[in-house]
Design a protein around this ligand. Structure first.
Ligand code: SF4
Length: 351
């Protein structure tokens, strides 16, 4: 049966017209599904009983199932493994921040980009997520928060997957979430993270959506960055930073450069100087992320003093920098880890 969940008002209107139902009913159905969490036509009480029965004969509302949940011991981070009807599962994370509830969305099941520090890429990419599936992720959490009279305030596309490799679906999703009949979320409350897919950055700059762009840089030169991020062989540091600068100029939005700090690898004074030289004068800030130790690679996390030293060095060189507050380390909040565990236990979507 035709699943209506995830369709725009316009598409819902067309579905209605095909059944000889007036198109304006599409808006009512959208509000029931997206604002009131309706999982069946039965509850749509501003539709006549006959109409509800007609709808139920032709259409369905199919949602993802939450198959696992983990909560951090401080209660601030919750991670959910959501399974779609074809058995593919992705992780979605809720972070209760001082400034509001933030949700981290996966845009692909797995990831093909091969970043050396990332668990999401270990099994490659299974498939792109549809706009419907990404909407399911954020609505799942928003519906949960509604019970506490709260809502999702901000959203980061920073879970599994490279959003720019699933561009069309991501843009459809962002427009849907922004729509007044859906979550009515301001674009300024959305961050899109990329490993540095330059054509995607350029395309996003032309969309006229004031979303925040977040670029995973992680190293200030090509030699080092290529060892951490294979995509650097295609889009090198200078090209990526130039695309970030152009994005900031076009959108007037500050670009965030993500920088994982690995002790002795990219946290040296010369790295801070090279990074500052790249970004100085840009509408940009650096988000420093101390790495969780990766035993297989012998990578260690810098000490608190070393982290602060790196941060101060950037600031001295006139580059704004912050250290990301760590959340949910005790529930493996780094993207991909939970999904991998499930795959390795044989419960996954690779069979
Ligand atoms: S860091 Fe992002 S782009 Fe890189 S492998 Fe992980 S999910 Fe993919």
């Amino acid at each position: 049966m035709d699943n209506l969940f995830g369709l725009t008002v316009e598409a819902l209107g067309e579905k209605c017209v095909a059944l000889n139902i007036p198109a304006y009913r599409g808006k009512q159905i959208a509000e029931w599904m997206y604002r009131k969490g309706a999982a069946s036509f039965d509850v749509m009480t501003n539709l006549s009983k006959a109409l509800r029965a007609d709808m139920a004969r032709s259409f369905s509302i199919v949602r993802a199932k939450c198959v696992e949940r983990w909560d951090s011991s401080d209660g601030k981070t919750s991670k959910f493994l959501l399974e779609f009807p074809d058995g593919v599962a992705v992780e979605t994370v809720l972070m209760r921040q001082p400034y509001g509830n933030s949700v981290c969305i996966s845009t692909q099941a797995g990831c093909a980009m091969g970043c050396a520090f990332c668990a999401s890429t270990l099994h490659g990419v299974t498939r792109n997520l549809t706009a419907r599936e990404m909407l399911d992720e954020v609505l799942f959490i928003d519906e949960m928060l509604r019970i506490e009279e709260q809502k999702v305030d901000t959203m980061v596309l920073m879970g599994s997957g490279e959003p720019m490799m699933n561009y069309e679906n991501v843009l459809t999703f962002l427009r849907l979430v922004h729509a007044p009949y859906c979550l009515n979320m301001g674009y300024r409350n959305v961050s899109v993270s990329t490993s540095g897919i330059v054509p995607g950055i350029e395309r996003l700059a032309e969309e006229g959506l004031p979303v925040t762009l977040s670029i995973s840089l992680h190293a200030p030169d090509d030699e080092l960055r290529s060892t951490l991020m294979p995509i650097n062989q295609k889009y090198g540091v200078c090209e990526v930073v130039a695309a970030g600068r152009a994005y900031a100029e076009k959108t007037k939005r500050r670009v965030t450069y993500e920088y994982i700090l690995i002790r002795g690898v990219n946290d040296r004074e010369k790295d801070a100087k090279a990074l500052a030289a790249l970004l100085r004068g840009q509408l940009a800030n650096v988000n420093l992320i101390p790495i969780n130790p990766v035993v297989e690679r012998n990578w260690a996390r810098p000490t608190t003093e070393e982290i602060q030293k790196f941060c101060r060095a950037l600031e001295r060189l006139h580059v704004a920098a912050t250290v990301r507050q760590e959340m949910g380390a005790d529930i493996q909040a780094a993207c991909g880890q939970l999904r991998n565990r499930r795959l390795e236990e044989g419960g996954g979507d690779f069979d």
